[in-house]
Design a protein around this ligand. Structure first.
Ligand SMILES: [Zn+2]
Length: 493
């Protein structure tokens, strides 16, 4: 490890996507409902209410433990973490403390140098989510806060990593890989708002460690870490020291802010939860069969569809994207896989990001038809992008989506080509649209033709540019090049 080296460890809280809460039968599907409508005596912490453990949530947690190569402990135990806060109705949180569900695993990510790198997992434990505070006005000046217990008791797992990451980028890769793995395991839905929250420990080698709390988005983690590294390094450069402290990330401003440290010095007085028995689930975990995980799917995409390593990484890095790719390709595996590989991993993702749309919004049938038009040579790549943009814009504006062929016809994007004319099945076989366009361009720009004759290379590119304009991108560039060359040679002869 070199001087000035950045050291990052993450604590990731993920909501498990069960139907009911961790200790009661209340529904977890609370996001669009009125506050305090998914509650009962148990998750409201009323006196005398007894928690009953949701078996499914333990099974989900064990799937994660197995996928992250952790050992499930022979005995684990729930504990009470005591503190007072308005979002915690019982004044204690049921969590796991000295006997977590699982320990000692790892997750492989692509390192900054390009190879594979193992990030060690310290432990995985199960706990309940607290409720949610809604501050009226901003946190500094708001007059009061509202509390919603719909979220209280939602099952969470906390995944704690060793401080094995060396840059914000590696932290982002770790989170992306973790998210993909959880989604492949069908235990987590990253699309649900607030389903993942991160605390990050960060230090510069040789200095104190800072904990940044409650980062609630994937992008937030990388930004918060970048901010912290700059802040810590500039302190050290000025000969000051970094304090060991807890800071909060203010998402809107992109900065971290010191939490008044005294308030954070809790004594949680952990003790075993008397209303729940210890868990002995080691034999159960052996029977859990895992589905295909991201790494295996990536290798299969390379072997089965001939994807490049980078494209396979991108495509399998998100469950929905990987499923989309395989649905599209299923129509014609031999004919479409190469096209789908590039068009999804390079073009489509870029266009979706630009519009802040998710892959779910893309119509698989329409996209498959678009690829078929490209495969059959009906349109050029450039026109393909134009059609795709129209399709996405229509979807984005909630308009009904015309079929790709209809869009091609409406925008008059059918490829202008020599072959179209020679096949002679439609229109007048004597008219070759491309040669006509070339003749026109050559007539309109005699000076450029003259320059070309004198050996100026730029003149050729200029003429190609004029041709592209005239054919509105509907001609195959390679074909244009060749035809123009031929026509110029004819003129010269
Ligand atoms: Zn409840």
């Amino acid at each position: 490890m070199t001087e000035g080296q950045v050291i990052v460890g993450l604590e990731v809280h993920c909501q498990l996507d069960t139907k009911s809460k961790l200790f009661c039968g209340c529904s977890t599907d609370y996001r669009n409902d009125a506050p305090n409508t998914h509650v009962c005596p148990v998750c409201l912490g009323l006196p005398g209410a007894m928690p009953v453990l949701n078996k499914r949530s333990i099974e989900y947690a064990m799937r994660v433990a197995k996928a992250l190569n952790c050992s499930v402990l022979p005995e684990s135990e729930f504990s009470r973490k005591n503190y007072f806060y308005p979002d915690l109705d019982k004044a204690y949180q049921i969590t796991q403390y000295d006997k977590p569900l699982a320990e000692g695993g790892y997750l492989e990510i692509e390192s900054d140098e390009g190879g594979e790198k193992r990030i060690r997992i310290t432990r995985i434990h199960v706990e309940e989510d607290p409720g949610r505070l809604v501050h009226m006005g901003n946190t500094e000046q708001g007059k009061y806060s509202l509390v919603d217990y719909n979220r209280a008791g939602i099952p969470l797992i906390e995944i704690v990593s060793e401080p094995d990451m060396r840059s914000p980028k590696e932290a982002r890769k770790f989170l992306n890989k973790l998210r993909a793995t959880l989604e492949y395991l069908s235990v987590f839905d990253s699309e649900k708002e607030g389903s993942l929250r991160v605390d990050a420990n960060i230090s510069i080698k040789g200095s104190e460690r800072v904990e940044v709390k409650n980062i609630s988005s994937y992008k937030g983690v990388e930004k918060a870490l970048l901010f912290e590294i700059t802040r810590q390094k500039s302190l050290l450069r000025r000969g000051q020291k970094v304090d060991r402290e807890t800071r909060h990330y203010l998402e809107a401003r992109g900065v971290t802010q010191s939490s008044r440290s005294k308030e954070q010095e809790h004594d949680y007085r952990y003790f075993p939860e008397p209303d729940l028995r210890p868990l002995h689930v080691q034999s159960w975990v052996e029977g859990i069969v895992l589905p295909e995980l991201p790494d295996a799917r990536r290798e299969r995409f390379i072997a089965q569809y001939g994807c490049s390593l980078n494209h396979a990484r991108t495509l399998t890095g998100e469950l929905r994207l990987a499923n989309f790719f395989e649905t599209v390709v299923a129509a014609d595996p031999k004919g479409l896989s190469t096209l789908a590989d590039t068009w999804i991993a390079d073009t489509l993702i870029g266009e979706l990001n630009y519009r802040d749309m998710s892959i779910d919004a893309v119509d698989t049938t329409g996209f498959t038809k678009l690829l078929t038009l490209l495969k059959e040579g009906t349109i050029t790549d450039k026109s393909g992008i134009e059609v795709l943009r129209v399709m996405l814009d229509q979807r984005h504006n909630n308009q009904s989506c015309g079929s790709p062929s209809a869009i091609v016809d409406r925008l008059n994007l059918r490829k202008v080509s020599l072959n179209n004319a020679q096949s002679g099945s439609e229109g007048n076989p004597d008219i070759d649209p491309l040669r006509t366009s070339i003749a026109e361009v050559l007539d309109e720009h005699p000076a450029a033709v003259e320059d070309f004759r004198k050996g100026k290379k730029g003149a050729f590119n200029f003429l190609i540019g004029q041709l592209m304009k005239k054919t509105r991108g509907c001609a195959d560039p390679a074909e244009l090049n060749q035809l123009l060359q031929e026509e110029l040679e004819k003129k010269e002869a």
